[in-house]
Write a new protein. Sequence first.
Length: 478
Amino acid sequence: MAKHELPFALAFSSFLLFVTVVSSSSFSPVDHYLINCGSHGSAVDLDHRRFDGDSSPHSPLISASHSVSLADSDPRPGSSPIYHTGRVFNRPSKYAFSIRDPGAHLLRLHFQVLNTGLDYSNAQFYVLANEYVLLNSFSIEAIWNSAVIRDYAIRVDSDKLVIAFVPSEKSKFAFVNGIEVLSAPKDLIADSAQDLNSHKNKRIDGLSKNALETVYRVTMGGPKVTPFNDTLWRTWLPDDEFLVKPGGSSKAYYGGHIQYQAGGAGREVGPDNMYNTARIIKSSSDSIPKANISWAFPVEEGYKYLVRTHFCDISSLSSGLLYFNVYVNGFLAYENMDPTKITNGMLASPFYADFVVDGGEGNSGILTVSVGPSDMSVARAVDAILNGVEIMKMNNSMGSFGGEVCAGYVLRRWGRTRNGDGFALPLLAGAVFLLLIGSVAVKRSFRFGDSFVWSRLALEVPEGVSKLSSIQVSSNKV
């Protein structure tokens, strides 16, 4: 079978660190804003980070006159202090963050209902970030019983990031508890990935110019990874609730050092606590198991998703023994993967691979990820492994994560451009620009010899992208 180089993004981690809690503070973003909304003072969250109040003179809150601060009269036991206060907006209001380090930024929005006597059934609103619509008609009632964090990666090329809260036409107010804005590591978002939506190998470019919303971040075979143990303060959920076909798999744990290699991406791509656990298929006889491990993730249809698969061979006794296939949404994404070939023969050395798929294509809103033995798998050895998965929703051509609506439309409906306060101009200009250029991700046919930035090896995939018909996942399994 003819082979081609794989045009997806693959990265090696750049330095060796021991598995320690202290190492989680190694990343120091240039732009670093942690905002405790609705508070005059600062609050330290459960991960020992200080969130500054937004009522101070130096706060990025611009539209304070259109809002009120609220404090929870009966905070939930054990909840983070940032959920003890909140800010309510009765008109379009904004926070403007000065940006010193243009490029990709991480943006997290924190929401939790406060015990204040406020009727939250009247809260339905939009959240905009520069030209992007992050939330469309978001309802507080949907998060009544627990805190919700919406997690985004957004490219900011200007000197300002403007986050706007806009009540919907039938709503009385918008609401937020906390905001995080952080510079992202330069190598966190690759610009290219393999497109698995056709029968020809293509690569999709321009990913670093898109906005992404992380909808799932999962560690396979291990316990929950908390923000305190992640250099980018992320949460990685256990995979148990997403595992639909165990395939005779078992959990693996590695007690040694994860071998982050020099010359590639930093460990901010994935923490030690994720890479030192995995789900594996292992043959105990002379026969190779004929089963895959499959995970299923409910997603919103009508969007493309960036699927990042994390690998680290923590189970093989020596190099060259592990060969397996990777499937995403039923497509054969990688055939006969040999991790130690990718890592120059080093075991316990992590890397990742990025793929783009249509959400829930052919599976009624379910996105699937599977690994299983290949034709080159070896008996009495590990025959498949997966350490972690991230699933990121990509904005549509209107710059929206919430349907066919653009930031300009949301702002024009309120008529704010006529008030002369400059509220709508930066957002509206960005939205118009985004509509003019359409989708920033441009597909092109993949040709032999194409390469990607971070790989030091020529990786191979089948010439055609095949569909694995055996993966059928019902939505009632998750």
